[in-house]
Design a protein around this ligand. Sequence first.
Ligand SMILES: NC(=O)c1ccc[n+]([C@@H]2O[C@H](COP(=O)([O-])OP(=O)(O)OC[C@H]3O[C@@H](n4cnc5c(N)ncnc54)[C@H](O)[C@@H]3O)[C@@H](O)[C@H]2O)c1
Length: 297
Amino acid sequence: MIFSPIFINIISIIIIMKEFSNKVAVITGAASGIGRSIAEKFLQEGMKIVLADIELDALSQASDELKEISPNVLTVLTDVSKIGAVKALAQKTIDHFGAVHILCNNAGVGFANKSSTTVWENSLSEWKWIFGVNLWGVIHGIHVFIPIMLKQNYQCYVINTASMAGLLTPTIGTGIYSITKHALIALSEALKLELKRIDAKINVLALCPGFAFTKLTESDRNRPKELNHGTTTNPELEQMMKAYQQSIENGISPKEVAEVLFHALKGEKFYIPTDHHRYLRRGVKNRMESILQDLQK
Ligand SMILES: NC(=O)c1ccc[n+]([C@@H]2O[C@H](COP(=O)([O-])OP(=O)(O)OC[C@H]3O[C@@H](n4cnc5c(N)ncnc54)[C@H](O)[C@@H]3O)[C@@H](O)[C@H]2O)c1
């Protein structure tokens, strides 16, 4: 018997839905943008959700809205840059749902450089803040949750929200952000390799959105006071930030990102791009080619 591709597609979607129903997913940065949309998609697919975020009001609002889809929502106010907060997040997840199957290390800040366009002039508080959330937040996530997942011995997933910025040569003004995302790609690659070596039932995915229309350019709203340093008067930087804001506004919706991610869970891919603009592919190709050229010299 020959089955049509549409029939096969429908069957594979039903299999994915069955497999993920009732699974417990912890999502950081879940009060807004991509994290909020992932939470919504996972709930619609029958999962139980832990929403973790630093922004209390947005977290409560997201929780109220998402509970209209399903009551299986737990909210935990969490600053991922603090190891104690991430340990508490894991404990509350286990106390409430008894297990964790999916960890989305998604919380992130960026495109908010207020101090300078250069990496040598950027204030140290800028470095500390962006590294604290984008990189240390993920380090804390894997440090706390991987041992729990290994002990459970169920099929689990760790999804790190990196970015196309982690695959491309950095652009002017986005240095610190890009550096954290490149580090996140390397961290995800190391994690995948090490888990494979011990035959762990944990899949690792590096989510690499291009531009998505979220509140990322308003990241400053969550900058801790002690890492604040006033606003810039640098016109070049202001111009650049306007251009990034425009790109974000022209980006895909966070719901589309969540759709791509959900379908990638059962696929073979490790790097998960969410938009297929030719210029992004060309950027990665140019980067790789210039590395190869130097290696051949
Ligand atoms: N929007 C894009 O174009 C784009 C592109 C590539 C990658 N990303 C990545 O997607 C992820 C989500 O960002 P977004 O675009 O949805 O932006 P967003 O600002 O809408 O959402 C980010 C969330 O992270 C939370 N957060 C910030 N600091 C935190 C902390 N210390 N602890 C816990 N939560 C914290 C915020 O409160 C917010 O709810 C980030 O990692 C970002 O780098 C976004």
